[in-house]
Design a protein. Sequence first.
Length: 369
Amino acid sequence: MSEQIQRMVELAADPAATLADYRKSSGRPAMLIVPLYFPREVLDAAGFIPAEIWGAALPLDESGAFLQPTICSLMVGLFELGLSGGLEGVSGAVFPSTCDTVQNSESIWASRFPKMFVGHVVMPKITSATGAGEFIAAQIREFIAALHKATGATLDDESLARSIALGNTARAAARGLLDLAGRGLLSATERNAVYVLYNLLPFDAFIELAAAAAAQAEQRSPALDAKPVLVSGMVLGPRPVIALYDELGARIVDDDLGIGRRSIDPDVDQNGDPIVALAARQLGRRACCTIHDSQRDRAAELVEQTKACAAEGVIFSRLKFCDPEAFDYPWLSGALKEAGVPSTLLEIDLGSDAIEATTTRMQAFLESL
């Protein structure tokens, strides 16, 4: 494995430790972002490391005293990470209105971590509704005011515009790496490192790391003998599941993942009011189970994306107990079936290393393509 790409994989393996190292070396405070869709540029402009962490490979333990057993492993992992001291030194946590689990966890988090700033932004579920953009912009402004009151952090249009420009550059760098992965120049584990670090690191640090990794990946010979698949869901999985893609001969040519393309696309308009531009980005996001737009058809978009990337099949990587993804699955898989695209479903638990059933299901699916 090339040196810079290996470094990315190592950094992504322990997001909490990586965040602590960057926080200490840069002298910047860090703010945890609970997925999904909070504009990281706001925290970057305010001087924080905007660290969106997509769970942790930790089973239900201490958090079982106050979380019901039907909570998704992403949220469980974040609580376990905090309770085990993995977020020591992090200044606060931001809870967007992603789903019922995230919204209902905010007050529990505040009671368990009273020294942290805890903020939230309510995102409209129906993005095609009249006034949705104005509502999001107002929510961002309210968050900025609450952040200033609690921490003294300030930002203005100039600093926000700088962060937006950096964010767009980071998104371009992430897309470039994902395109290389689609061409067979990065493994599934390396692809996942791109997801993790794009969401975790300061924009400038990710841009530098991605440039070095891309240069090394371009020197590789593509692994074109693997079966091209598209993966849809929130996350790719825990490390043992991710490794299966390479071990069983699957090449992820594109994704419809919350941690992946849904977080990365689209860019932010760099003209005009930066807060209005951030709100507009939310309205222009890829179709998602947590967002409803009456003028768009998520199933049709997934079929189109699958055909555009020449994937031979779709693997649904669904978080266990993720209700939004579960509700969309019959609709999406049905549309793929009608379009003649085979698919299979993997149930993902980020806190478990058990892969026997997943191995059997994935292997049988790949052999059927």
